[in-house]
Design a protein around this ligand. Structure first.
Ligand code: HEM
Length: 521
C-alpha cells in the first residue's frame, strides 16, 4: 500500500509542479504602461504553437487582428513585441539596446547549453571570432578557396548521375553544407565524405528537434530536448577529435581555417564550441549560422533559375562570357572538341577547373545578373524573423511604442519583402524589378549592427553553385506527374517553413548532364 501511494505521488507530483508553474507564468500581470503596443486578444497558451510552427501566418494575423503595425503578445512569462512598417523597421534595426544574441538564445533554441560543450562568450572572444571570420573572407583566402569549393560542388553533383529528378530542398543543401565545411572546418572533416555526411545529419537533427517545449522549457527533458543534447554532444565530439589530432601533431598542419587559429593560440573552446547565446564560436556555431541560410538560398536560387528560362539563359551567358574572357588565347577554357567522346563526369571536372580560372574580382564585380538573381531570391525566399531582446534597464521605443526591459522584439522579413507597396506583385520572381529606395525595405543580409558577417563568402558560394549547375546541367522545375512548370507556375516559397521555405505544392528539379559546353547544349 505505501508503495502504491509513493508511486502515485511520483507520477502526480511532477505534473502538479508543471501545472502550478504554468499557472504562475500565465497569471503574472504586466506593469501598466501607457505607451505599450496593443495586446493580442489571445490566451498566452494558444499563441505558442502558431508562433513556433506557423510564424508567418501567426504574425500576419496578429497585425490584422490588432489593426496596428505593432502589437504585443505573451509567450509564457515573456512579453514579445511584433514590429512592422517603415518607422518600426528603422527603429528595430538601429536600436542599440536590442540584442540579437539574447533574442536568439531565448526564442530560437537551436543549440542547447551543455557544460564543457556550449557556453556564453565574453566580448573579447566574440571579437576574436569576428576577426577569424573576416580572415576566412579576405581576398587572398577566397581566391584560394574558389577551386576547392568548385571541386566540392562537382563531387556532390557527380553523385546525382547523368539525369534524373530530385528535390532541390534535399539535394542542394548537401552541396552547400560541404562547401561551408570546406571553408570553416578542419580540412580532415571536409575531406572525409562519411564524417561530413554524419555531421550534416546531426545538424539536421538539431534543426528538426526544435519544438516549442525545447525552446520555452529548455530544462524540461522531453524527447526533442534529449535529441538536441545528444546531437550537440556528438557534433562537438567529431569536431574536437579533429582539432585535438591537429593540436597533438597526429595530423600535419593544413592550409585551412583551423590552422591560423591554432597558430595564433586561440582558445580551444572558442575554436570548437557553439554558443547557446549567439550563432557564434567558430566551427560549430558558424556552421549553424551559415549552412542553413546558404542551403535554403541556394535551393531557391537554382529552383527559380530552373523555372524561369529567360533568367536562366541570361545568367548562363554571363558566366560563359566570364569563362571566355578568362581563357588564354589558343586554349580551350572548357571542352570545345565536340568530336571527342567526352564522358559526362569528365566534363564536370573540366567545367570545375575552367570556372576556377575566373578570378574573384570577376565573380564579385562582373556578374550583375547573378547579383540581381541572388537579391531577388533573398527577397522572396528568406522566411527569417529577426529576434531581439531589450537587455537594457529602460524601455526601447519602436515607432513610439515601448518594448519593456527584458521583453523581446521580433521583425518578420515578410513585412518589407512581401509588401505590394514596396515590391509590386511581390510573389513574382523578377530580378529586373526596380529596387525600393526606402531604408530597410530589403534586408536580405540583415541590416544595422547585426548585418550578416558571412555574406562575402555566402555570395561567392551561391555564384559557384549556380555556375556549375547552369553550365553542367539542363534544368527544369517539374510538378505533379512530371509536368514542367515555368514562370508563375513555379510553386511559391512557404514562409511558414522557417528553415527551408519548402513549398507546400510538389516541386522537383529535372536535370540532365550536359556533356560539353557550349556546342552540345
Ligand atoms: C545565403 C546565406 C546567408 C544569408 C541569407 C544570411 C543572412 C543573415 C541575416 C539576415 C542575418 C541577420 C539576422 C538578424 O538580423 O536577425 C545574418 C547574421 C549573421 N550571419 Fe549570415 N547569412 C548567410 C550566410 C552566412 C554565413 C556563410 C555565415 C558564416 C560563415 C554567416 C554568419 C552570420 C553571423 C555570424 C551573423 C550574426 C551577426 C551578429 O551577431 O551581429 N552567415 N545572416
Amino acid at each position: 500500500m505505501p508503495e502504491r501511494i509513493a508511486a502515485t505521488v511520483a507520477c502526480v507530483l511532477p505534473v502538479a509542479m508543471l501545472a502550478a508553474w504554468l499557472l504562475k507564468m500565465l497569471t503574472r500581470s504586466e506593469k501598466a504602461q501607457d505607451d505599450l503596443p496593443p495586446a493580442l486578444p489571445e490566451c498566452p497558451l494558444r499563441v505558442i504553437s502558431p508562433f513556433f510552427r506557423r510564424r508567418f501566418d501567426f504574425l500576419r494575423r496578429g497585425f490584422e487582428l490588432s489593426g496596428e503595425p505593432i502589437f504585443r503578445f505573451k509567450l509564457l512569462r515573456s512579453t514579445v513585441v511584433a514590429v512592422s512598417g517603415a518607422p518600426g523597421r528603422r527603429d528595430f534595426f538601429t536600436s542599440r539596446n536590442l540584442d540579437l544574441g539574447a533574442g536568439f538564445r531565448a526564442l530560437s533554441g537551436t543549440i542547447p547549453m551543455l557544460p564543457g560543450v556550449t557556453s556564453d562568450l565574453d566580448p573579447t572572444k566574440v571579437a576574436t571570432i569576428y576577426r577569424r571570420l573576416a580572415s576566412v573572407q579576405n581576398t587572398a583566402n577566397l581566391e584560394r578557396l574558389i577551386p576547392r569549393i568548385l571541386e566540392d560542388i562537382r563531387h556532390v553533383a557527380e553523385t546525382w548521375g547523368t539525369s534524373g529528378t530530385f528535390s532541390p530542398f534535399d539535394e542542394i543543401p548537401k552541396v552547400t553544407f560541404q562547401t561551408n565545411l570546406r571553408c570553416l572546418a578542419p580540412s580532415e572533416l571536409a575531406d572525409d565524405p562519411a564524417l561530413a555526411d554524419r555531421l550534416r545529419t546531426l545538424y539536421n537533427v538539431l534543426d528538426t528537434s526544435t519544438t516549442p517545449a525545447s525552446v520555452l522549457l529548455p530544462w524540461f527533458p522531453g524527447p526533442s530536448a534529449v535529441r538536441k543534447v545528444l546531437s550537440t554532444k556528438r557534433i562537438h565530439d567529431i569536431i574536437s577529435a579533429a582539432v585535438d589530432a591537429r593540436i597533438k601533431g597526429h595530423v600535419l598542419p593544413q592550409d585551412d581555417a583551423l590552422q591560423p587559429m591554432l597558430d595564433s593560440g586561440d582558445d580551444r573552446a572558442v575554436i570548437i564550441g557553439a554558443s547557446a547565446a549567439s550563432p557564434l564560436h567558430f566551427i560549430m556555431g558558424l556552421l549553424v549560422a551559415g549552412s542553413r541560410s546558404t542551403g535554403t538560398t541556394a535551393s531557391w536560387l537554382v529552383t527559380f533559375l530552373a523555372g524561369h528560362p529567360a533568367w536562366q539563359a541570361k545568367a548562363r551567358s554571363e558566366i560563359e562570357l566570364l569563362l571566355s574572357s578568362c581563357s588564354t588565347p589558343g586554349e580551350a577554357a572548357y571542352p570545345r572538341d565536340t568530336n571527342a567522346p567526352t564522358a559526362p563526369s569528365r566534363s564536370l571536372a573540366q567545367l570545375a577547373s575552367a570556372l576556377a580560372s575566373i578570378p574573384l574580382t570577376a565573380w564579385e564585380s562582373h556578374t550583375p545578373v547573378l547579383d540581381a538573381v541572388i537579391r531577388e531570391t533573398l527577397r522572396l525566399a528568406q522566411p527569417h524573423t529577426a529576434l531581439r531582446q531589450n537587455t537594457s534597464s529602460a524601455p526601447v521605443h519602436i515607432a513610439g511604442k515601448a518594448v519593456p526591459p527584458g521583453a523581446f522584439a521580433v521583425y518578420p522579413f515578410a513585412d518589407g519583402h512581401l509588401s505590394a507597396e514596396l515590391f509590386p506583385e511581390p510573389w513574382r520572381f523578377d530580378p529586373g524589378r526596380a529596387q525600393s529606395k526606402l531604408p530597410f525595405a530589403w534586408v536580405g543580409w540583415g541590416a544595422g549592427a547585426n548585418a550578416c558577417l558571412g555574406q562575402r563568402l555566402a555570395r561567392l558560394e551561391l555564384k559557384l553553385v549556380a555556375a556549375v549547375l547552369l553550365l553542367g546541367f539542363e534544368l527544369a522545375v517539374v510538378g505533379e506527374g512530371g509536368r514542367v512548370l515555368g514562370g508563375a507556375e513555379v510553386p511559391r516559397p512557404d514562409w511558414n517553413d522557417a528553415l527551408h521555405c519548402r513549398p507546400a505544392a510538389e516541386c522537383s528539379l529535372r536535370y540532365r548532364r550536359v556533356a560539353g559546353w557550349p556546342q552540345e547544349r
